[in-house]
Write a protein that binds this ligand. Structure first.
Ligand code: ZN
Length: 273
């Protein structure tokens, strides 16, 4: 079975988990490390013949237009991850519309040739309360979303009873929900990111095999900063610190194992666009 792989293209200081410490208006003051981490991922994908979906933050596109074009030149899909990483749950429809428009314009301005049809919400903030965002995305010709986390335990995101396979979430909009395995009737996230860094690799592998055995394609996600143990450290409360810095030095090795053990392609391919 072929799965989807996606990269949420942002730098270490763009993360919601750091928002209480780092003000968005000051992103430009921090050490910019996205380019080299993106190239590392592109090289790894190339080594294993993998094509993936790169959800781009418009702010990064403004900063690194050549890198965005390089992603396209190497055959990958380009999607949108907003402009300034606002959670939809904390935005008004008007604010969301403006951010999406700004993000799309920044990415288009880099000169890429493909149409952008996919969206990933910052911090998976498409929830039951923010379904209004889908109409806005459709008005910008977005055809699929991959932001719903079908779990109920997380304080910031999740739709507890969402389907586990790609489904039609509203008129002319497909949802590819983040991947969870079903173990003894419970939904266990195994989609990537912090979960990938937290579990030993063999657990992720077992859970993803379990998903594929259920005849479901998985969608995996990672951020460029997650393979960068050399990133600057900021002083965070204990739980946030763990969430951001846990096992950064192991992620690149694990990613390489994952690319050997599973087949991956773009989300667009899996959904048949
Ligand atoms: Zn993000």
């Amino acid at each position: 079975m072929v799965n989807a792989i996606s990269i949420d293209v942002e730098d270490w200081f763009c993360v919601y988990n750091l928002e209480s410490i780092i003000n968005k208006s000051e992103w430009g003051k921090y050490e910019y490390r996205a380019d080299r981490n993106i190239i590392k991922i592109l090289d790894l994908f190339q080594k294993y013949g993998v094509k993936g979906t790169f959800f781009i933050l418009g702010w990064i596109a403004d900063k690194s237009p050549d890198i965005i074009k390089e992603i396209e030149n190497r055959g990958h899909e380009i999607g949108l991850h907003s402009y300034l990483h606002p959670l939809i749950t904390k935005s008004s429809p008007d604010e969301f519309t403006k951010d999406v428009e700004k993000g799309l314009n920044a990415i288009i301005k880099t000169g890429i040739k493909q149409d952008i049809i996919g969206f990933r919400a910052p911090s998976f903030s498409l929830t039951k309360k923010t379904m209004w965002a889908l109409d806005i995305l459709r008005s910008f010709n977005i055809k699929y979303d991959s932001s719903v986390f079908p779990v109920g335990f997380h304080p910031d995101y999740g739709i507890i009873d969402a389907p586990l396979s790609p489904y039609s979430i509203s008129d002319n909009m497909i949802e590819f929900p983040m991947t969870v395995a079903k173990v003894f009737g419970r939904r266990i996230p195994c989609s990537g990111g912090g979960y990938f860094r937290f579990y030993p690799y063999w657990i992720t592998k077992k859970l993803l095999k379990n998903v594929n055995r259920d005849k479901r394609p998985a969608v995996f996600y990672l951020h460029p900063w997650e393979i960068d143990p050399g990133q600057p450290r900021v002083d965070l409360p204990m739980f946030k610190k763990f969430r951001h810095y846990n096992n950064l030095h192991k992620t690149e090795i694990r990613l390489e194992k994952l690319l050997k053990d599973f087949k991956f392609t773009t989300i667009k391919n899996i959904l048949g666009f």
